[in-house]
Design a protein around this ligand. Structure first.
Ligand SMILES: [Zn+2]
Length: 113
């Protein structure tokens, strides 16, 4: 994706260069060349910028995809949602919740919806 954008941008910039050269040679009328070259220049720069941005962002996206703790955001192994501490914490919290549900008579009507 980023590569395609960058090559398109490079192509447009080359087209702009070609138009400039054509203008220097004098094969095109100046007014027509100016409108065309500004369009290709803008498009080329925009596409190159987008391609570069995607290339810069893609490793960052990969790093995010590799895994960060859902609570504290520290890096975790691939496929893990929580870091070691928060995994333990989440498991404890889940266990506590399921424990709370089981003995209803011990704690009174606290969390019955
Ligand atoms: Zn964490």
């Amino acid at each position: 994706m980023g590569r395609g954008l960058m090559s398109s941008g490079a192509f447009l910039l080359l087209a702009t260069l070609a138009l400039w050269i054509a203008d220097a040679v004098g094969s095109l009328s100046p007014a027509r060349d100016a409108s065309w070259s500004s369009w290709t220049l803008k498009g080329g720069i925009a596409l190159l910028g987008a391609g570069l941005l995607l290339r810069i962002l893609s490793p960052v996206r990969n790093q995010i995809g590799r895994g960060h703790c859902a609570v504290c955001g520290s890096a975790v192994e691939r496929g893990h949602v929580y870091c070691r501490d928060h995994l333990q914490e989440t498991v404890n919290a889940y266990r506590d919740r399921s424990h709370d549900k089981m003995p209803r008579t011990r704690r009174g009507p606290s969390s019955s919806s």
